[in-house]
Design a protein around this ligand. Sequence first.
Ligand code: NDP
Length: 244
Amino acid sequence: MNFNGKTALITGAGRGIGKTIAVKLAKFGSDIALADMNPINDDVLKEIEENGTKCLSYKLDVTNVDAVDSVVKKIIDETGGIHILVNNAGITQDNLFMRMKPEQWLQVIDVNLNGVFHVTKSVIRTMVKQHSGRIINISSVVGFSGNPGQVNYSSTKSGLIGFTKSLSREVGTRGITVNAVAPGFINTAMTQALNESQQQAILSQIPLGRMGEVDDIANAVAFLASEEASYITGTVLHVNGGMY
Ligand code: NDP
């Protein structure tokens, strides 16, 4: 895979899956624009720049429409375009439905679904002008299986599939592909927050017998972003060790 001459924007790229996706795309030659709620750690920038590619970083809340438009404009001014968009930023606010507060529902919808709308809306114009682009949305296995305590989160992750499939039908003739990656349970801060018995219960459902690693997801994203995946659109790549 070769991403020389391309620029990739990855949201929620400060740590976890997003950071690993950014490093992976840089290894294959892409210039990188990182966006995250908090300023990106210098170590992350260094790790990306070691690949000899350009690395821009922005403090960005994906729910803030004006800030999104301003960051996207800056990236395009600086690099000439955005060729790959990875909508990775996501949060959880778990609670059983009977106890779920309206703000827990609204905050998760705002980041995981509205954020994807704002960033994609802002980037798509430049992709249409380029007659090429790759949009990859990070969904989740729980968007398909459901999960107690995650009515809010799983609704957003299912919602992303409708978003992916519908948008892929609108922009296919413009040379833009839109796909989703649905990770299973991956070793990150998000899953380390689960207690020992929750982790064991999850492991018992995974035929491959282990949690996924961030690289497992980054490899799938890199493939969907590549030229090699140019005839794949509107689909979901499940990376979950066979659990669903
Ligand atoms: P992390 O919580 O480790 O990282 C998420 C990143 O998103 C953080 O850097 C966070 O910033 C950032 N972020 C949160 N809210 C916003 C916002 N409003 N604007 C911009 N950035 C924001 O999560 P993971 O790496 O584990 O998950 C990444 C994606 O993968 C998410 O969409 C998640 O739902 C999905 N996923 C993860 C799975 C897992 O097992 N880990 C399984 C299935 C899907 P900060 O830390 O500064 O708040």
